[in-house]
Design a protein around this ligand. Sequence first.
Ligand code: CAA
Length: 380
Amino acid sequence: MNFLLTEEQKLIQQTAREFAEQEIAPSAIERDKNAEFPTEIVKKLAELGFMGMMVDPQYDGAGMDTVSYGLAMMEISKVDASVGVIMSVNNSLVTFGLEKYGSEFIKEKYLKPLSRGEKLGAFALSEPEAGSDATQQRTTAEKDGNFWVLNGMKNWITNGKNADIYIVIAQTNKELKHKGITAFIVEKGMEGFTQGVKEDKLGIRSSDTCSLSFNNVRIPQENVIWEVGKGFNFAMNTLNGGRYGIASQAVGIAMGAYEKALKYSKERKAFGTEIANHQAIQFKLADMATKIEAAKLLTLQACALKDAGQDYITQASMAKLFASETAVEVTREAVQILGGYGYVREYEVERMYRDAKITEIYEGTSEIQRIIIGRSILKN
Ligand code: CAA
C-alpha cells in the first residue's frame, strides 16, 4: 500500500496550486458577487490541459491519471469552487463518458475540441420531475428516419448557458423503463434548443446553472452515445466518475476554509493571547484538520482504484458523502472561528460556507449516496 504521490502528481498539484493562487483567487470575491462566469480563467485552464485531464492524448487530452485530476480539483476548488465545478463537469461528466462510450465519429467531432477546452460541455440528466429518481425521464426522443426528434425540458444544468456541447438523456421507449433511455449529443444553436434564465443561486455563483428546453430538436443518428436504450447505464457510469470529482471539490473547499481559519486564529487576540492558544479553538482546528485528511484519503482512494482498473463505485459514493458533509461542517466552523469577520464577504469563508452546501446536493444527494453504499453493503 502506497500513500505517497509520484513526482508527476506532485508537479500537477503544484501547478494547479500556483495557477489557483495567481490567476483565480484575486477575482473570486467579485465574480461571486456579480455571478460572473470565469471565461478567461477557463481558457487558461484549457492551456494547462485541465479541461480534458484524463483523456488520452490521441483525443487531444492531457493523458493524466485520476489521482492527478483529484489533486488539481482540490487546489482549484480551494480558492474558488465555481471554477472547480466548471472544470469537473467538463472532465468527469462530459469528456470521460464520451471517451469511454462514444463512437470514433463522436470522439473526432466532439471529444477532441472538448478535451482541448476550445468547447465547453454540459450534462443534462435532471428534470423538473426527475432529480434523484433519475429513471423518470419525461424528455422524449422519437425516431424519424436518420434523426431523433427531441422534446422536453432539463433543469439545474451546470455550464447550461456557456456550454457548446450538451449530453442529453431522454426517454426513447417508455415501456422499457430505464432500458428505454438513450443519451444524445445536442449542440448549442440546433433549431428548437433554448437555454433558460440563469439561476440566482446561494453558492457557486460564478458558475452558471439554467434549464434547457427542446422543441422538436432534430438530432442526427450519429449523435447517439453508446447505444439506443443504454442511456441510463451511461448516465450512472458517468456519474460515478462525477462523484470523485465533486468529492475533490468538497475537499478543496474545506481546505480553503480551514487554512483561512488557522491563519486568523494565529493572528487574532482575545483574552490576552492569540485565539489559537485557546483550547476551544484548538479542538475545532483539530477536528477540521482530521476530517479533511480523512475525506482526502477516501477521495484519492476512489481515484486510485479507478486508475488501477478496479471497481470504485462504492468508494466514489463514500468519498462524495463524507467529503461533502465535511465541507459543510468545516466551512461552518471556519465562519465561527472568524466570528463577525467570518460573516462578511471580504474574508471569504462565508462564500466557502455557501459554496459547500451544493456538494451535498448535486451529482447525487447525500441520501442517494447512502442508498448506493447501503445497496452495495447488502449485496456483498
Ligand atoms: N453505477 C453504475 N450503474 C448503476 C449505478 C451506479 N452507481 N446505480 C445504478 N446503476 C444501474 C444498475 O446496475 C441497473 O442497471 P441494469 O438494469 O443494467 O442492471 C440500473 O442502473 C438501474 O438501477 P436501479 O434499479 O438500482 O435503479 P433505481 O432507480 O433503483 O436507483 C439510483 C438508481 C442509484 C438511485 C439513481 O437513480 C441515481 O443515482 N440517482 C441520482 C441521480 C443523480 O445523481 N443526479 C444528479 C444529476 S447530474 C448533476 O448534478 C449534474 C450537474 O450539472 C452538476
